[in-house]
Ligand binder design. Structure first.
Ligand SMILES: N[C@@H](CC(=O)c1ccccc1NC=O)C(=O)O
Length: 303
């Protein structure tokens, strides 16, 4: 480990023990990006936390990329049928019963805290796996039903990387209608109102409420997907690609002094392996982040 690195746990909420961020700061560099990760686990898997970025982080650290820091966000989770808890004997700060909008609210508070503490402005890449990709794109939607009617981030990410992402909840359930777990975890996180599901799905919401209208200063969207995923089908990336079509065609709303152009890119990246392999050994997730830096370099946004 380099002498210029420091790992700490940053707490961003007092309500639950999951309201924390694993942060690694590297040697300060003005031209570097922060890589900020949002884990998956269907909004409920207690075994998938901020630590699920560890393998990816250690691969990325060896690559000499222009990275100023890493952050991996834990957030409150919904109840899991296979992990029952007794409310009378469980510390409320460990009890899993979160419902929308608590997951996205936590992520947004965490991002605000990181921004306050480290002041990286737009120089960050938001990376999400599975439902973490849902949360990453929700963070830049113009509105999120049941949560907010306006954008809240003080500075939006320059790039977002969705890996094996869920972008349309109703479609995910319909495509896997024979497997009850899909209905179960979506309902567990968002309740039974399918109109709400649509209003929080990044691929379903168009116009000013969507990513299209909300992610004003964004420059690069990368959607990584493995055809061998096994849990999230390929149509999720297809519909998200479509939803980002208008976003890509429009110029970013930034001052030109910052950068010479305002052009945007949408890239689909084919990765390998099954759903959770991406973060378990970290190779494919690291590949997606490395690919993102290559794109930013081509766009003259990274050294
Ligand atoms: N391990 C999860 C399942 C899971 O993560 C998942 C299953 C199907 C489709 C997407 C999933 N995760 C997305 O965040 C669970 O325990 O419910």
């Amino acid at each position: 480990m380099s002498v210029h690195s420091n790992t700490e746990t940053v707490v961003y909420g007092q309500v639950h023990n999951l309201q924390s961020i694993a942060v690694t700061t590297l040697a300060p560099r003005k031209d570097g990006y922060w890589v900020i990760y949002i884990h998956g686990g269907a909004w409920r898997d207690p075994a998938v936390t901020s630590a699920s970025f560890d393998a990816t982080e250690s691969i990325l650290r060896k690559k000499g990329l222009p990275i100023a820091g890493f952050a991996s966000i834990s957030y409150r989770l919904s109840a899991h049928p296979n992990h029952p808890q007794d409310p009378s004997t469980t510390d409320p700060k460990d009890f899993q019963d979160a419902k929308h909008p608590e997951h996205i609210a936590d992520v947004e508070v965490a991002l605000a805290l990181l921004q306050n503490k480290y002041g990286f402005g737009a120089r960050y890449i938001l990376v999400g796996h599975s439902c973490g990709a849902t949360l990453a794109f929700q963070a830049v939607m113009g509105a999120v039903s049941g949560h907010r009617e306006q954008t809240t981030l003080t500075a939006q990410p320059t790039a977002i990387v969705g890996v094996a992402g869920i972008y349309d909840l109703r479609r995910l359930r319909d495509t896997h209608v024979d497997i009850s777990a899909y209905q179960e975890f979506i309902e567990g996180a968002f309740g039974a109102d399918e109109m709400l599901w649509d209003g929080v799905s990044p691929a379903q919401v168009t116009g000013t409420r969507g990513v299209e209208g909300g992610w004003k200063s964004g420059r690069l969207a990368v959607l990584a997907y493995s055809k061998d995923d096994g849990l999230v089908d390929g149509s999720q990336v297809e519909v998200m690609k479509e939803a980002l079509g208008n976003w890509e065609k429009t110029e970013a709303q930034i001052s030109t002094q910052e950068d010479s152009t305002r052009d945007r890119r949408l890239r689909i990246l084919s990765i390998g392996g099954v759903h959770d392999e991406a973060w378990e050994n970290g190779e494919q997730l690291a590949r997606a982040v490395t690919f993102t830096f290559e794109q930013l370099q081509e766009m003259k946004l990274a050294p």
